[in-house]
Design a binder for this molecule. Structure first.
Ligand code: URA
Length: 253
């Protein structure tokens, strides 16, 4: 899914209150620039995120772009990679330009990823120390016992980093499926935590980051722009270290 697009001539005609025929000479004379490039094509697609200038008049100022993506399995959470396809390959050229990731998922994990070209926002909303709750559905090979719930709530020592993980909430949904809520994101943390029980993770799907849940309308590989309210929620959540709507099963802090 892409952003709502308009043709440049339609945009100019509506914005300037002139006919599309009258727009043509403006374009032909090179008086219109879109995202700092001279635009001569009537059909050039523009969105709310395009900067459009006529001579020295800014007709529309480009807004920062914020997206949620339903990451499918098999793509890297990176903006570029010399060998493997990244999640940016799912974006149209215009939408994907200049995006950064707010947090990552492993190549075979699926679910909610946030991206923006506003690097302050991506940094703030994904700061590891901010304590934002993230919730995952985790499918594993062997049955999950109540012992796991205690071990996850108590936290685990990771000798490689010399850290103790923060309390994590584990809700057993089915013998081999659980909802896990974390307030941090150490390297391969979930796989390593289940690894303590020699129970390999077979599927990992992020449902929620703070107050933002993956839109159930988004099929794997699809994305949509965040609403203004969602953009604010993501940052507020990081700023206060908690979320407006904490889950009942969330990690106790
Ligand atoms: N922990 C993992 O092990 N993998 C992920 O993708 C996210 C958290």
């Amino acid at each position: 899914m892409s952003l709502q697009r308009n043709r440049l001539d339609r945009f100019l005609s509506a914005r300037l209150g002139i006919s599309r025929r009258a727009v043509k000479p403006l374009l032909a004379a090179g008086r219109v620039r879109v995202d700092e490039q001279t635009a001569r094509d009537c059909e050039l697609p523009v969105t709310a995120f395009s900067t459009i200038v006529l001579d020295e008049d800014v007709l529309q100022q480009r807004r920062p772009r914020y997206f949620m993506l339903h990451k499918p399995a098999g793509l890297l959470s990176a903006t570029r990679d010399p060998l493997q396809p990244t999640v940016l390959s799912l974006f149209s050229a215009g939408d994907g330009k200049g995006l950064h990731l707010a947090g990552r998922l492993d190549k075979h994990s699926t679910g909610l990823l946030l991206l923006s070209d506003d690097s302050r926002w991506t940094r703030t909303s994904s700061t590891p120390g901010a304590g934002v709750e993230k919730s995952y559905l985790v499918g594993v090979r062997d049955p999950i016992t109540p012992e796991y719930v205690q071990a996850f709530a108590a936290g685990m020592y990771f000798p490689f980093e010399d850290i103790h993980t923060q309390p994590a909430g584990l809700e057993i949904l089915e013998p081999r499926l659980a909802r896990l809520t974390l307030r941090e994101g150490r390297y391969h943390q979930i796989k390593r935590m289940f690894g303590r029980f020699r129970n390999p993770v077979l599927s990992l799907h992020r449902e929620r980051i703070g107050a933002l849940s993956l839109d159930p309308e988004l099929a794997p590989g699809h994305y949509r722009a965040l609403t203004d309210e969602e953009v604010q929620k993501a940052v507020q959540c990081a700023a206060v270290g908690a979320c407006p709507e904490p889950s009942a099963t969330g990690a106790g802090a």
